[in-house]
Design a protein around this ligand. Structure first.
Ligand code: NG1
Length: 483
């Protein structure tokens, strides 16, 4: 028997939102808030310890125990927190079963458990050889706030299985595994959580995964402020997150079709917009300025339009294997051009932001104009997310404006959007003033009832009790680790 603890941070994304699923780079950092998982691991002997017992130190969270490893499966019904743990377990088992490779294109929930053959050829390091008791606790990462509480959990348990696989492999496998929880996400969160270096932000490139730690200007503080609006992308995925991924996949299909290129279904899932533009040999800028309007119509596409343009087998595969049938059932307006425009302009902003940071001379003060430009890039990101990507909400707009008026260089939503947190960059000497103003203008009127926001009562209580739990400056922190 062995016992150990895993600590995994949340992350805040500085810039590069909704581009990871298209394989464009992002620039997040790990934050100080983290979750902890206590693990007890035994060799698996049927009839002895349960194959997987999942507990939470908070009694509001359900526990679950699977006696036999063949019984392990996700639980259908209301959104179950422990499905993320099972998703990680499945992700690792699948990676090992497939000879240490990932078979992409299988990201829809697995309520039926692992296929039978997985128990006939078990890799020596597979979690299937062990029985685990995992207890989740720690001071916590705010939930459904765009700070990756779900990925912190997925990544923590990817270390909890204790397979000895490298953090880079675990990041890729965890991103794939997390797909089993129902969101057709990219790989940003898992890479940020498993590969970040303390004190630095992380430029992450995808397909293949490559990371580079980059210093931020020494003059700035990163501030996270929670709107309180619940950003439950897993619950509303069919109208929100997965719909966007589907829209972009359809756009990729139409762009390729216009250029006479046909991919297999799996290739269409594996390749993002970035890869598609490489295939048709057009730069992002040329595509944005010229090609885009020739490939995609400015107005939205209805279901009937897409039925004509995207063959049924392609649509079915994307829905079945990547985003879920519901995306088709509940939507009749697919905004392909706007989503593509967001991805391409956001990529430009990320590249400029990272370039500025990499060129800084840390022995000298950063010129005010440079800091101003970084802020503008954040502001531009929010405008594009709120407009072209349509993942904002009233609370985000309010809070971003309040942060700017309170002296931020720039401010935007962080994470998937539709609620959750904002990230702002603030010159450090102005930090205390900034925090006071944001508290005064957003949280105080919410607490007193003077302003009505779409936030749960519980959030208001939390803000009242401890403002630092909803509004705080954070430093780039260390990645997930076993202690
Ligand atoms: P959040 O909702 O902040 O965990 C999600 C995705 C990311 C990325 C961002 C938007 C998951 C696990 N995470 O992040 O991959 O696409 O939205 O940039 O799906």
């Amino acid at each position: 028997m062995s016992t150990y603890k895993i600590i995994a941070p949340g992350r805040v994304n500085l810039i590069g939102e909704h581009v990871d699923h298209q394989n464009y780079p992002v620039f997040p950092c790990a934050i100080e808030q983290s979750i902890e998982v206590d693990v007890v691991k035994h060799p698996y002997v049927e009839g002895k310890e349960p194959a997987l017992a999942i507990f939470h130190s908070n009694p509001d969270f359900d526990n679950i125990t699977f006696q036999k490893r063949e019984d392990i499966k996700m639980v259908e019904g209301k959104h179950q927190w422990y499905n993320y743990i099972i998703a990680s377990y499945f992700g690792i088992c699948e990676y090992l079963y497939n000879g240490h490779s990932i078979e992409k294109g299988q990201t829809i929930k697995r309520f039926e458990g692992l296929p039978k053959e997985y128990y006939e050829k078990i890799d020596p390091i597979s979690p299937l050889n062990f029985a685990y008791k995992v207890t989740v606790g720690g001071q916590g990462v705010p939930v459904a706030a765009g700070l990756s509480s779900s990925s912190a959990l997925t990544c923590a348990v990817s270390l909890a299985w204790d397979t000895g696989l490298s953090p880079a492999i675990l990041a890729t496998v965890s991103a794939h595994g997390e797909g089993y929880s129902g969101t057709a996400g990219g790989g940003m969160d898992q890479a940020a959580i498993l590969l970040s270096e303390s004190g630095k932000a992380l430029k992450i490139d995808f397909h293949p995964l490559e990371v580079e730690s980059v210093n931020l200007p020494k003059e700035i503080s990163i501030v996270v402020a929670n709107t309180g609006r619940v950003a439950s992308k897993a619950v509303g995925y069919a109208k929100m997150y997965n719909k966007r991924v589907f829209e972009l996949k359809c756009a990729c299909y139409l762009i390729l079709k216009k250029h006479g290129i046909e991919l297999t279904h799996v290739q269409l899932i594996q390749n993002g917009l970035r890869d598609v533009l490489r295939m048709i040999k057009i730069s992002e800028q040329d595509f944005l300025n010229k090609e885009m309007k020739e490939c995609l119509k400015a107005d939205f596409y209805t279901r009937a339009d897409l039925e004509k343009l995207v063959p049924a087998d392609v649509r079915e595969f994307l829905l079945e294997k990547r985003v879920g049938q519901k995306v088709w059932e509940v939507n009749d307006d697919f905004h392909l051009l706007e989503r593509v425009r967001h991805v391409l302009t956001e990529n430009e902003r990320v590249l400029e932001f990272v370039k500025i940071c990499k060129e800084l001379n840390h022995d000298q003060d950063t010129p005010p104009a440079v800091l101003k430009r970084l802020g503008q890039l954040l502001d531009g990101s929010f405008a594009s997310l709120d407009g072209d990507f349509d993942c904002g909400c009233t609370e985000l707009t309010q809070l971003v404006n309040i942060c700017r008026n309170a002296g931020a260089l720039g401010s935007r939503l962080t994470g998937a959007g539709w609620g959750g947190c904002t990230v702002s960059i603030v010159e450090t000497p102005k930090l205390q003033d900034f925090l006071k103003k944001v508290e005064q203008d957003y949280y105080k009127p919410m607490i007193s009832g003077e302003k009505k926001y779409d936030v749960p009562e519980q959030f208001i209580e939390m803000a009242k009790k401890d403002i630092k739990s909803v509004l705080f400056a954070t430093k780039p922190s260390m990645s997930a680790r076993k202690v």
